[in-house]
Write a protein that binds this ligand. Structure first.
Ligand SMILES: NC(=O)c1ccc[n+]([C@@H]2O[C@H](COP(=O)([O-])OP(=O)(O)OC[C@H]3O[C@@H](n4cnc5c(N)ncnc54)[C@H](O)[C@@H]3O)[C@@H](O)[C@H]2O)c1
Ligand SMILES: [Zn+2]
Length: 350
């Protein structure tokens, strides 16, 4: 069992049966009402595991919402608040979020607002939620096509990470987590990156999940509200979001992890053009990303479209800049990059 804290959250990684959760539910929250938020998949694949192995949930209520990012909305959030209200939940009662990043972000948001903040515990079940979304306190819902437009910085009191939930997670979802883990290695820890470069998902150890978590945790603790250092975590995401956004309204959406893998490749190329990253390091990053992800090629027109989406994005955040690599395991944030350089770097995808 690995234990540490990040901001206001206590984090435990290991078998949930051996964690502090059973005691927490029967003692600390012994007299509190409990509700478990699940989506249709985690209801089917993960909920029974909790009931089978944990005391203290005998009388827990269940709120099930449909799976998928399209449901990370205010409408669904209202339905959660209405259900909590009907069941007469109070501030001292507990919401347990059992699911991926969608359930944690939405449930965390709902809990942070309900009665000015009720107790909230995350039990992340996707790799992405384990290494990324459950840490750092960002909660939120989407507003139309704007991701996480409404949200708060509110940490859950506890996060229980049990990698055995990953057994039922589809491979394609695991890739979304892997992309963020590789990003953690690229910005902070070359050894972590190399370990992930060739590992198969069967061999994904608790130790690797902990290493990734520690990197995210260290960065958010140094800058909880994303004024400086936390921007390091945006590596690959400026271009990645533009590519993801481009496919949003088409028939074939691109997964976040795959879009970020493309984004990391382009932003590594920008780092090289800027003279920050050696040709050798760039080639290594390119070969790892090409090996792990189905990197696609795009036309010149598509690349222009990515730039125009990035420009809209820049306007919104008042001149966003890039997080770039100075080497594998070393990054800098807030680097201004000209559009011509981005266009040049995008050719790596042609
Ligand atoms: N708060 C943050 O700091 C932060 C960071 C990164 C991402 N996010 C958010 O996280 C979300 C993406 O997270 P995600 O990739 O986990 O998506 P998700 O929660 O939609 O889960 C992906 C799919 O996997 C299913 N699933 C989850 N666990 C499963 C399991 N153990 N077995 C079988 N199926 C399972 C889900 O039902 C869903 O269909 C986005 O909304 C993103 O904005 C938040
Ligand atoms: Zn991401």
């Amino acid at each position: 069992m690995t234990q540490f804290s990040c901001l206001e959250s206590s984090i435990e990684l290991g078998s949930i049966m051996e964690s502090a959760l059973p005691k927490l539910l029967t003692k600390t929250y012994g007299s509190s009402k409990k509700v478990i938020l699940v989506d249709s998949n985690t209801n089917e694949q993960c909920l029974q595991i909790l009931f089978t192995h944990l005391d203290g949930l005998e009388n827990a209520e269940i709120i099930e919402i449909p799976a998928g990012e399209d449901n990370k909305t205010m409408e669904i959030c209202f339905s959660i608040w209405e259900a909590l209200s009907e069941m007469e939940f109070g501030r001292n009662d507990v919401l347990l979020c059992l699911g991926g990043g969608m359930i944690c972000d939405l449930g965390g948001f709902a809990a942070s607002i309900y009665k000015r903040g009720m107790h909230c515990i995350y039990i992340p079940t996707s790799l992405l939620a384990m290494v990324d979304a459950s840490i750092g306190g960002k909660t939120g819902v989407d507003l139309g096509s704007f991701k996480n437009q409404l949200g708060t910085f509110t940490e859950p009191s506890h996060v229980f990470i049990d990698p055995s939930f990953l057994q039922t997670l589809p491979e394609k979802e695991k890739l979304n987590g892997l992309a963020e883990m590789l990003k953690h290695g690229l910005i902070d820890d070359a050894k972590h990156f190399e370990k992930l470069a060739s590992i198969s998902f069967e061999d994904l150890s608790d130790e690797l999940i902990v290493e990734s978590l520690h990197i995210k945790s260290k960065i958010v603790e140094s800058d909880p509200k994303e004024k400086n250092q936390r921007k390091l975590l945006n590596f690959g995401h400026t271009v990645g979001h533009a590519i993801e956004g481009h496919f949003l309204n088409s028939d074939h959406k691109m997964d976040h992890g795959l879009a970020v893998a493309h984004g990391m490749l382009v932003e590594a190329k920008i780092s090289m053009i800027n003279g920050f990253l050696s040709d050798k390091d760039f080639d290594r990053i390119k070969s790892v990303l090409q090996k792990r992800f189905n990197i696609q090629t795009f036309t010149n027109e598509e690349n222009m479209e990515f730039i125009s989406i990035m420009l809209q994005d820049k306007k919104r955040v008042n001149g966003s800049r890039f997080t770039l690599l100075k080497g594998i395991g070393q990054a800098v944030f807030d680097v201004k990059v000209k559009d011509e350089v981005v266009m040049e770097a995008l050719k790596v995808l042609q």
